[in-house]
Ligand binder design. Structure first.
Ligand code: 13P
Ligand code: SF4
Length: 314
């Protein structure tokens, strides 16, 4: 009943304000279902770049809102909860990253989009898990590269490309805590299941995975695969779209090491609710504000990524 009220209010507010609602795959199902667009980090950036809406409501985490704002300085970008941060972005404070890259002046700085605007402003190119491998491969073989902040993704790309990128020591608290032991137990219970994993997971989990990819890649893979059961090692919000795309298939989320918590859910992503989405559309707050000097620098690596992606990802 309460949800019906929020849904009808959200629908009329987005129309009257010419607002577009974009949501990441890790959002709660109710938000994914009401969004105009649901996607992975790359698709959200691509959609933000081309939107004609006056207001962008980014239902995800703070850095996603920042990316939309960096690309749209003239538009209002709002988010349902200003506290929806990201442990991976937090693992890379700009002042420390600046000191680190200063030691390697002849290195290209490639950063995952899970970073603050200030870190993007220090970067040459940003990447997402959808395009990271292709973008790194497209750089000259002898290019020296610093990659941050996700050491697991960086290590995975090094192993796939033969590069020896210098890695920042950062990680996502959700993807780091999947239990290999419980994953293998699930595999023995469901021997025909395929293990699919996000590259933010630790190496032992990636080593037993049948397929590794971004949220969008995992979703498409599970829809196309001939298998019927999937053990999914990423934030469990993605299961909503997987189940929608493949209603006859079975998706099993990998449990965390600590069985007393629901920590295969990102506590930041889960801060957003329909009520907060309604409130933020009504009040047009909280709004993403970025210092113009930082924004002007941060837009360059993002634009570079979008241009390279258009060429490299068909
Ligand atoms: P992708 O949606 O790009 O795969 O990223 C996952 C993620 O960690 C978002 O926070
Ligand atoms: Fe950040 Fe991890 Fe949450 Fe993604 S799942 S938003 S990387 S903390």
């Amino acid at each position: 009943m309460e949800n019906e009220f929020f849904i009808s209010q959200i629908n009329s507010l987005r129309l009257s304000k010419n607002a577009v609602i974009m949501a990441h795959y890790y959002q709660i199902p109710e938000i994914q279902d009401i969004a105009d667009f649901v996607g992975d980090s790359l698709a959200l950036a691509q959609e933000a770049e081309k939107t004609t809406a006056d207001i962008i409501v980014l239902c995800g985490v703070h850095f996603m809102g920042e990316t939309a704002k960096i690309l749209n300085p003239q538009k209002k970008v709002i988010i349902p909860d200003a506290n929806a941060g990201c442990s991976l972005a937090e693992s890379c404070p700009a002042h420390e990253f600046k000191k680190f890259i200063k030691q390697y002046p002849d290195y290209k700085v490639v950063t995952y989009v899970n970073t603050t605007a200030a870190v993007k402003a220090l970067s040459d190119i940003t990447v997402t898990s959808t395009n990271a491998k292709k973008i790194i491969e497209s750089l000259p073989q002898d290019e020296k590269i610093i990659f941050g902040p996700d050491k697991n993704l960086g290590d995975y790309i090094n192993s796939q490309t033969g590069r020896q990128m210098l890695l920042w020591d950062g990680a996502c608290h959700v993807h780091e805590q999947f239990s290999l032991e419980k994953l293998l137990k699930l595999k023995s219970q469901f021997p025909n299941a395929e293990i699919i994993a996000h590259p933010e997971c630790k190496k032992p989990v990636l080593m037993v995975a049948d397929f590794i990819g971004s949220t969008a890649a995992l979703l498409n893979y599970s829809a196309k695969s001939k298998k019927n059961t999937f053990i999914v090692a990423t934030e469990s919000g993605i299961l909503h779209q997987m189940q929608k795309k493949s209603p006859d298939k079975t998706f099993i989320p990998v449990p965390p090491d600590d069985s007393t918590c629901a920590c295969n859910e990102c506590n930041f992503m889960r801060l957003n609710t329909l009520k907060k989405l309604y409130e933020c559309l009504r009040t047009e707050k909280p709004e993403i504000i970025i210092d113009e000097a930082i924004r002007a620098k941060a837009v360059k690596p993002i634009k570079r990524m979008l241009k390279m992606s258009a060429k490299l990802i068909k």
